[in-house]
Design a protein around this ligand. Structure first.
Ligand SMILES: NC(=O)c1ccc[n+]([C@@H]2O[C@H](COP(=O)([O-])OP(=O)(O)OC[C@H]3O[C@@H](n4cnc5c(N)ncnc54)[C@H](OP(=O)(O)O)[C@@H]3O)[C@@H](O)[C@H]2O)c1
Length: 334
């Protein structure tokens, strides 16, 4: 069967800058090559790394040609296949790509895809890859398991909310740092919340009920000092710089890195399907509102993930739990 002509819309930028450099572009896409498919994206998500690559804070791949695209996580439906492609047209898939997922369609090798179980919501599936695989790689590297008491910073955020739940699922006692607005959320997940800021070491000691054996610093502020004061061994501390290495490695597109990333994505899909963690959607934006979605992410107070949908079922904004909290208490102070 011949593939139909497919017109895709994506966001691209011609130079470094804030989200307002993103430009929408629509064109007919080339047919997929051998082993490739075109996926119609249903949901994709935002990661800080997308913004760092776009604003020049992250200089890896600075030799890439302009214009550049953004976005690495997606879930969607296969709509065209090249020769020898593994997934037939109509397959529901979850995938990853180094860049270009903030689009209505992506052309990818099938080695980047796993099947999406019917039970897994599109919005969750489309937000799994970079945050989830970063969490999984970090927990694997630290060999988090029963007997551990682990502290995770920015515990309610995209990476932290997955990391904490998976650490708990592995049998660890998990302490998560956050603002008070997120205490109830973390408690509901079985995570012990501790407010960040002055006096944090004492507050962690009070709830740890024994030695802290590992520390994962997502936020990148004072983490090493806090971990040292708590007596965490250097080998069981992960800094924000370590996390950067993990993320960049998950975005590499050489065959070894892709195979690793897809393997981790497969594990995440299974863990999500089994209920080992629940990924909260912190904001669901139509793809066309990508700039606004990036501004939301830059506030640094997401709970779970910010997701872009190509076919949102409503065009009005649903209120977020954290907005209710802010309206009642005022401001973002810890
Ligand atoms: N090193 C890297 O390469 C790298 C890469 C990506 C991201 N990051 C940074 O890592 C952080 C978390 O990443 P993410 O992807 O999970 O982002 P995210 O979803 O935007 O994280 C938001 C979370 O950060 C928490 N937070 C805000 N201020 C905090 C503070 N002073 N101390 C501890 N937590 C705080 C918020 O909790 P409350 O709402 O409760 O305050 C919120 O739940 C972001 O700040 C991001 O910029 C670093």
């Amino acid at each position: 069967m011949r593939n139909r002509v497919i017109e895709a819309t994506w966001f691209e930028y011609g130079g470094y800058g804030d989200a307002d450099v993103l430009q929408e572009r629509t064109e007919v896409v080339a047919p997929p090559g051998p082993g490739e498919v075109i996926v119609e994206v249903i949901a994709t998500s935002l990661n800080h790394m997308d913004a760092f690559l776009r604003n020049g804070k992250e200089s890896t791949w600075s030799d890439d040609p302009w214009p550049r695209r953004s976005g690495s996580d997606f879930a969607g439906i296969v709509v065209a296949t090249g020769p020898h492609a593994e997934f037939p047209v109509g397959s529901h898939v979850v995938g990853h790509v180094r860049t270009g997922a903030h689009a209505t369609h992506v052309t990818v090798p099938t080695s980047t895809l796993v099947r999406k179980p019917a039970k897994l919501m599109w919005e969750v599936a489309g937000a799994l890859y970079l945050a989830g695989a970063t969490a999984l790689d970090t927990l694997d590297q630290l060999r988090i398991g029963p007997g551990d008491t682990v502290v995770v910073s920015a515990a309610a955020g995209g990476v932290g909310s997955i990391e904490t739940q998976l650490a708990k699922h592995r049998g660890a006692r998990v302490i998560g740092t956050c603002g008070e607005r997120n205490f109830d959320y973390l408690r509901q997940l079985g995570i012990i919340p501790v407010r960040y800021g002055e006096g944090i070491v004492e507050r962690i000691r009070r709830v740890a009920e024994g030695p802290v054996t590992a520390f994962i610093d997502n936020f990148g502020k004072d983490g090493r000092d806090i971990a040292q004061e708590l007596g965490v061994a250097d080998t069981r501390y992960r800094s924000s710089a370590d996390r950067r290495e993990v993320e960049l490695s998950l975005l590499r597109d050489d065959p070894e890195a892709v195979a690793h990333g897809t393997g981790q994505l497969g594990r995440l899909v299974q863990l999500a399907e089994a209920g080992a963690f629940r990924l909260l959607v912190s904001g669901l934006y139509p793809l066309a509102d990508i700039r606004e979605a990036f501004e939301d992410l830059a506030e640094l107070h997401s709970r779970g993930k910010i997701v872009l949908a190509t076919r949102p079922v409503t065009t009005y904004r649903t209120i977020k739990a954290r907005e209710v909290h802010e309206a009642m208490t005022g401001g973002y102070a810890a």
